[in-house]
Design a protein around this ligand. Structure first.
Ligand SMILES: NC(=O)c1ccc[n+]([C@@H]2O[C@H](COP(=O)([O-])OP(=O)(O)OC[C@H]3O[C@@H](n4cnc5c(N)ncnc54)[C@H](OP(=O)(O)O)[C@@H]3O)[C@@H](O)[C@H]2O)c1
Length: 269
């Protein structure tokens, strides 16, 4: 597969490195664009990919292209690609931009352009991403397969109806940041209770990793797993009450909703 990336910042690079590490693309078959010579040099030195200035050149040399610039830049990129419409004849475009609808993505492009809207997350960098996608109007079964192969190389992938993409942004697109905050806070608690910072961080990180793996590997509902570790009148149920007293659950729900609303707002601009 010949893969392209327009925008190779935090998210684009995570998706690219995930695909390279999984071996589904070879570095010499990858074209990425960057406006700055320094970044192009770094991408080519560090990853061995072809780094070019022109977004059109990326599309001309690819079967599938991730659109990974900030959402407000994507319309400018689409205008640029539309100036050389023949480059869009035989390529799949996969937008990772928060909020931008398929209608916004497809309408400036020639009729028939194959588009997918996806929402990945940055743990893709280490093959532990969580992504969702929606097929555009002209995307076909082979495009669904390509999308699953690319996103699947960097973690787990599900298909959702487009109306749920902003909810996905709230849960998994922005989710790593909530979890980093929780890990840090858990470690802070340990430090408050006297643990050295490094040990507190190690315990907190492994606890989140272990608990997440328990949910994933046992398939049990998190509430069942939590009940299993809360002995009557014990330390853990006392701590769970403290979390509930402080609005932990509604803070998480509100965070997801705030991110989804922000994505909707980006889509309206
Ligand atoms: N970060 C996340 O956790 C995350 C999660 C899910 C989805 N996303 C989505 O991923 C997209 C990228 O986010 P990000 O966090 O990776 O942003 P970022 O780190 O700022 O990367 C965006 C890249 O776009 C490049 N760029 C800017 N203008 C360009 C243009 N006209 N043509 C080609 N490239 C251009 C910039 O590189 P140069 O300046 O070198 O050109 C920059 O490195 C966003 O749409 C976001 O909604 C991000």
């Amino acid at each position: 597969m010949k893969l392209g990336l327009i925008g190779c910042g935090k998210m684009g690079r995570a998706l690219l490195e995930g695909a390279l590490k999984a071996g589904i693309v070879k570095a010499e078959d990858v074209y990425v664009s960057s406006r700055t010579a320094e970044t192009r040099q770094a991408l080519s030195d560090e990853l061995g990919v072809n780094a070019v200035e022109s977004n059109v050149e990326v599309v001309q040399n690819s079967n599938a292209v991730y659109l990974c610039t900030k959402p407000h830049i994507i319309p400018l990129v689409l205008v640029e690609l539309n100036e050389e419409p023949e480059c869009l004849n035989d390529v799949l475009l996969i937008s990772a931009a928060a909020g931008l609808t398929l209608e916004t993505l497809e309408s400036p492009l020639p009729h028939g352009t194959r588009m997918v809207r996806c929402m990945p997350n940055t743990p893709s960098l280490i093959g532990k991403g969580a992504a969702a996608y929606t097929l555009g109007t002209h995307a076909n079964d082979a495009d669904a397969e390509t999308t699953c192969k690319l996103l699947g190389a960097a973690g787990s992938v599900i298909e959702v109806p487009e109306k749920l993409m902003d909810a996905v942004t709230g849960v998994s697109g922005s989710g790593p940041a909530y979890v980093y905050t929780f890990i840090e806070a858990l470690a802070d608690g340990g430090v408050f209770e006297g643990l050295p910072r490094q040990q507190a961080l190690e315990l907190a990180t492994q606890t989140v990793l272990g608990a997440a793996s328990m949910v994933a590997e046992t398939g049990l509902h998190p509430a069942i797993l939590r009940d299993m570790v809360c002995s009557p009148g014990g330390t853990t149920i006392t701590a769970v009450k403290a979390l509930e007293d402080n609005g932990f659950r509604s803070a998480a729900i509100n965070a997801v909703s705030a991110s989804a609303n922000k994505a909707r707002e980006l889509g309206r601009k």
